[in-house]
Design a protein around this ligand. Structure first.
Ligand code: ADP
Length: 462
């Protein structure tokens, strides 16, 4: 280690002091009279020896002081080097109590304070990144130089940004001209008006982009993206539903009104009156059923139907339903068979909901299966669940409609829809099965005909 400057300075100072003292002594003695020359010489010698000794002592002391100062300075430099490398843990260095120590401690405190603030900043950043990362909305921040300063995962996904988008100019990173224009507007101090768009590579989705200037960051801007695909879809479903309800109600209402007017016009024709009254009755029954189904769906939607579990005798339930359709079954010469496996006799479920599910499925099978067709209802325990299958030998469901028959008012073929049907039966079935924590699916049998499978959890009786 090179001697520090203070050591050099102290040596020069000592040398100068010695030379000055000898010179002064010599001048003084020359000027003082009355002292014999021999005594003057001795005096000079004694003074010179004393001076030399004090010089040696001063040099040793100053060297020791300089060495200690140099060691402390080296320790301070080492601490500063560690700080510079980002190691901010407080060192156990002894800085001493002199000015050097005071200055070193002041530096240390300043660095520690800076380190604390840096840690706070890091924590804030980590917190912000966690929040942004968990957001469903896409967020992208542009700094005053027009570079992407921050982007969360949702925004990357929605805009399909490259991995290196961060730090790049937004005009290059974002390939959607509409969004770039919105950001331009915000950065130029013009009011961005929001943008609804479908991403080029995912046209089925609808996104809304909103941009706001970030005043604190000069010409910065923040872009927020909302995925409103589900909202749009729900809105469309609601509109279709209202249109369907109106249509379904209008058809029987028009008939009722027409035949009622005919009755008013020709009150005396007994035969016609009977026929008209029957038609009015049929249509009003259909309207009543439609309203009942709609109210039930509304109750299910609102979660107002509670589950009341009890042990159900499935064979009884199926037998009762088949009995209800006895007349139609006989009229169409249908071959209806039900098989309940011995271990599946009892099922813990909501009896009335189970009844409604099976009634809907069996009624459809009866209605859509042509004369002399066959219907099978089977219940068994399969793969740890209670499984009920209703299959028929009817026309089945076209493959492209399989995924939609559980939708409200969805009918494979309007003209094929049975006269009394509302198009809501399967929607209610799915709701009820899901309420019982089960699932329902439909497929076509290889030999022709539809096959509905209901799977329900097996519960222990309370
Ligand atoms: P609907 O009151 O019209 O029967 P559903 O919701 O019960 O209404 O059924 C929806 C549609 O699914 C029916 O219109 C029909 O096209 C089709 N469907 C239901 N069950 C069967 C089946 N067993 N065979 C053929 N098609 C069926």
């Amino acid at each position: 280690m090179r001697p520090v400057r203070s050591e050099l300075r102290s040596r020069i100072f000592l040398a100068a002091l010695a030379v000055t003292t000898v010179a002064l002594l010599f001048v003084t003695l020359t000027m003082v009279g009355g002292i014999e020359p021999g005594a003057r010489l001795r005096l000079v010698l004694v003074a010179a020896v004393a001076l030399a000794l004090s010089g040696v002592v001063a040099a040793v002391v100053s060297r020791a002081i300089a060495a200690s100062v140099a060691a402390r300075a080296a320790a301070i430099v080492e601490v500063a080097r560690r700080y510079a490398q980002g190691e901010l843990a407080r060192p156990h260095a002894d800085y001493g109590d002199d000015e050097l120590g005071v200055a070193a401690r002041a530096m240390d405190t300043a660095v520690q304070e800076l380190g604390r603030r840096l840690n706070e900043l890091r924590r804030d950043r980590a917190r912000m990144e966690a929040i942004l990362g968990s957001m469903v909305e896409g967020v992208l921040v542009v700094d005053e130089e027009g570079k992407v300063q921050l982007v969360n995962e949702a925004a990357r996904r929605m805009l399909r940004l490259e991995q290196d988008a961060l730090g790049r100019a937004y005009v290059e990173a974002i390939r959607h001209p509409g969004i770039v224009e919105q950001l331009d507007r915000a950065r130029d101090g013009r009011q961005p008006d929001g943008l609804e768009f479908a991403p080029a590579r995912d046209p089925g989705r609808t996104l809304v982009a909103r941009v706001a200037p970030v005043v604190a960051a000069g010409r910065g801007a923040v872009l927020v993206l909302h995925d409103i695909t589900d909202l749009k879809r729900a809105d469309q479903v609601r509109r279709d539903f209202v249109a369907n309800v109106s249509h379904e109600l209008r058809t029987p209402l028009t008939a009722i009104k027409g035949y009622a007017e005919a009755l008013i016009d020709e009150p005396d024709d007994a035969e016609a009156r009977q026929r008209f009254l029957e038609i009015i009755h049929r249509h009003s029954t259909r309207m009543e059923r439609l309203v009942k189904d709609l109210l039930r769906l509304a109750r299910l939607d609102a979660g107002q139907e509670v589950l009341e579990l009890a042990a159900c005798d499935v064979e009884n339930v199926v037998g009762g339903i088949i009995g209800d359709f006895e007349q139609t079954i006989a009229a169409k010469s249908l071959d209806v068979a039900s098989r309940v496996a011995p271990e599946a006799r009892t099922l813990v479920a909501d009896p009335s909901k189970l009844h409604d599910v099976l009634r809907n499925l069996i009624e459809n099978a009866v209605n859509y299966t042509p004369d002399r067709g066959g219907i099978e209802v089977e219940a068994a325990l399969v793969d740890g669940a209670y499984q009920i299958v209703v299959r028929d030998t009817g026309p089945g469901i076209p493959p492209e409609d399989l995924g939609r028959v559980f939708e409200r008012f969805y009918r494979v073929d309007k003209s094929r829809g049975r006269p009394g049907g509302t198009g809501l039966g399967l929607a209610i079935v799915r709701h009820l099965v899901e309420l019982m924590a089960g699932e329902v699916r439909v497929e076509n049998r290889a030999s022709g005909g539809a096959m509905f499978t209901v799977r329900l959890p097996t519960r222990r009786p309370e």
